[in-house]
Design a protein around this ligand. Structure first.
Ligand code: GDP
Length: 475
């Protein structure tokens, strides 16, 4: 869109560069976008790219505010083997006469946005125009959580999975898989048994996910990508015993999964990323209850470790000291009134700080932020019992009705949330009773009708600040 307004020679210049005339010298920034399923990756990338191309609502992207972005356009990326992120399809879903949310990330995909810029500062007046290729890689966060498997044997992984299945939040979902695992443990190998066991284990992981838990692996069991229905996923943990029969075959399959699925993903996609945004649907976790928040708290150090693996990790030589900035973004901030945004950010920041300590994490610059890639609500104060309630107004996805709602207050002190998560998980939580004092509830809104006049990108919350942190210094 924005590119249409830009002088022809500028867009031709970007094209020449793409053809390799000056491509070798042009800087490329590879931005990874991840987060668990439904965290908001597809909507985030679609809105970010639309706003970068259109540049109507990017006031806090400094290069934009200073008028230094001369052209921005979508170009074919260098990686022709990875599927392209379907920007046009997703944008059409949001912009049509009946706007609807685009279909979510199921696999890895990439998209290149090429910029021509006027460098800032003193240098800007001395040098010619600059260029930047922004290569965005979208991938399921579930796949990141496979990294710890690489250093585990089948026996170690099985023992861990069985121990976890006893935790109060998981035990109610583990019954069928555990029964089958104990029945089959000493049996000779049968393909049908392997498949039944893997199906029961997958159902257990799915049920945990449904209950709002995050730290679930293997990632492809939840988000198979191109491995949907593949025999490569026909394995599952078993209780300890001699390595023969079914156990011996499942052990081989576990090793094959690491070698043929996990390692190639990290080598071919992950190791090439320079900067990363991790999207977290913290509002849904807060709504789901203490076990969901506690699980997120435990998953975050694992995610950070993937970005900065220890020196002995097989990933370290592939990755080097590559990733230098990581943004943790709490998504869908338009579900709450802006007066609550600081509290949401503070909770995410507390989780992140703890994760950084636990992962002995150094080197990369991190930031926590509350964002909404697309603002589906407006704000309104509603008087109730003499008190002005800060509400959000939007079209509810379930009913199609427009309503102004008060989602509740988030707690002021983040440590209160972390403590409540820890204790609530230990004690077992009654979902019928709110666990945070304000009684916060999450909702789902339909996307707004967007009128994309020229220079008028999709409305968002802090997407421009996120962009400034992730790529602003390179523009
Ligand atoms: P993905 O699985 O990470 O790709 O998640 P999506 O980007 O598909 O988002 C999942 C769902 O979250 C969407 O269908 C929307 O219902 C909701 N969502 C995502 N981003 C936003 C946002 O910025 N605002 C609002 N109100 N809802 C959002």
């Amino acid at each position: 869109m924005g590119i249409f307004d830009i002088a022809d020679d500028l867009s031709r210049w970007v094209e020449d560069a793409q053809e390799g005339l000056s491509g070798l010298t042009e800087p490329t920034l590879r931005l990874g976008v991840t987060g668990l399923s439904r965290a908001g990756k597809t909507v985030f990338i679609t809105s970010l790219v639309a706003n970068l191309l259109d540049r109507g609502r990017m006031l806090h992207l400094e290069a934009q505010a200073e008028g230094r972005i001369l052209a921005a356009a979508l170009r074919p990326g260098p990686d022709r083997e990875t599927p392209r992120f379907d920007f046009e399809g997703h944008r059409a879903a949001l912009l049509g006469p009946e706007p609807h949310w685009p279909s979510s990330t199921r696999n890895v995909s990439t998209l290149r946005v090429s910029f021509r810029t006027r460098p800032g500062g003193l240098l800007g007046s001395l040098t010619g125009p600059g260029a930047l290729h922004l290569d965005i890689t979208d991938y399921p966060g579930e796949w990141l959580l496979d990294l710890p498997l690489m250093s585990q044997s089948y026996a170690e992984w099985s023992a861990k999975a069985l121990a976890e299945a006893e935790e109060p939040a998981r035990a109610p979902h583990a019954g069928e898989w555990l029964r089958l695992a104990h029945d089959l443990a000493g049996k000779p190998f049968e393909e049908t048994d392997a498949r039944a066991l893997s199906a029961a284990f997958t159902a257990y992981l799915d049920a945990c996910r449904e209950a709002g838990l995050s730290g679930l692996a293997p990632g492809r069991f939840l988000m198979p990508g191109e491995l949907e229905g593949s025999p490569a996923l026909a394995f599952a943990p078993l209780p300890p015993g001699p390595r023969k029969g079914l156990r011996s075959e499942l052990d081989r399959r576990f090793e094959a999964y690491k070698r043929a699925v996990v390692r190639p993903f990290f080598r071919d996609h992950f190791a090439k990323i320079d900067r990363q945004v991790v999207l977290v649907d913290l509002l849904s976790a807060l709504d789901a209850g203490p076990a969901a928040v506690e699980d997120l708290r435990r998953a975050l150090p694992k995610i950070l470790e993937a970005f900065r693996p220890g020196e002995r990790s097989w990933l370290a030589p592939l990755l080097g000291r590559r990733i230098d900035r990581i943004l943790f973004a709490a998504t869908k901030a338009d579900h709450i009134h802006h007066t609550q945004h600081d509290r949401l950010t503070a909770i995410l920041r507390a989780l992140l700080r703890e994760a950084e300590d636990r992962a002995a994490f150094k080197g990369a610059k991190t930031r926590a932020m509350a964002v909404a890639a697309i603002r589906a609500t407006t704000e309104q104060e509603v008087m109730r019992d003499g008190r002005a309630l800060p509400c959000v107004r939007g079209t509810l996805a379930e009913t199609g009705r427009e309503a102004a709602l008060f989602p509740g207050d988030l707690p002021e002190s983040p440590s209160e949330v972390l403590e409540a998560a820890r204790h609530g998980t230990e004690r077992g939580h009654d979902p019928a009773r709110g666990w945070l004092e304000g009684g916060f509830r999450a909702m789902t809104f339909s996307p707004p009708k967007l009128s994309l006049k020229p220079g008028d990108g999709p409305p968002h919350v802090r997407l421009d600040r996120a962009a400034q942190f992730l790529l602003g210094d390179k523009l």
